[in-house]
Unconditional design. Structure first.
Length: 158
């Protein structure tokens, strides 16, 4: 897996993880988590593209701003719906078939599309997937890999 693919995947995962409850003062938890994940993803993407220190710093800043904005926009219902759709898609959707979710209260939506199924060196069933999230009419796309854990749940590993 390339660093760019991993970085993009981290951004999408961070956006999903950024949906935690917002606290009452200052920056909300979901905004902070989204910003941190976006910053990490932006830095990884810039580094993987061969950028020097200024490009990596710019990637961190831009990624942090975008991740924070997305984290602030997603709510708990988005998180629950996206996670359930991801689990269902990885469990039963054929390779190449998109599963969709949409929050009717705010219009946020997304897709999960398994792209490859295999067994890893540890004997776990794994699936690579493509994921999109649309917030406020803007769509972000990422890629990741999930493997089935001992309890039968799909866990994102990259």
């Amino acid at each position: 897996m390339s660093f760019a693919k991993l970085g993009t995947s981290l951004v999408v995962v961070a956006m999903l993880g950024a949906c935690a409850q917002q606290d009452n003062g200052g920056i909300g938890t979901k905004t902070a988590v989204g910003a941190a994940g976006g910053a990490a993803g932006g830095g990884l993407i810039a580094a993987a593209a061969g950028g020097g220190a200024p490009a990596i710093a710019a990637g961190v800043i831009v990624g942090g701003l975008l991740g924070g904005a997305a984290g602030n926009m997603l709510d708990d219902q988005d998180k629950r719906t996206a996670q359930q759709t991801t689990q269902n898609s990885l469990e039963s959707a054929p390779t190449g078939q998109a599963s969709t979710w949409k929050n009717p209260d705010n219009g946020n939506s997304g897709t999960v599309t398994p792209t490859r199924t295999y067994t890893n060196a540890q004997g776990q069933n794994c699936r690579e997937f493509q994921q999109t999230i649309t917030v406020g009419g803007k769509t972000e796309q990422g890629y990741g890999t999930a493997c089935r854990d001992a309890n039968g749940n799909w866990r994102i590993v990259s």
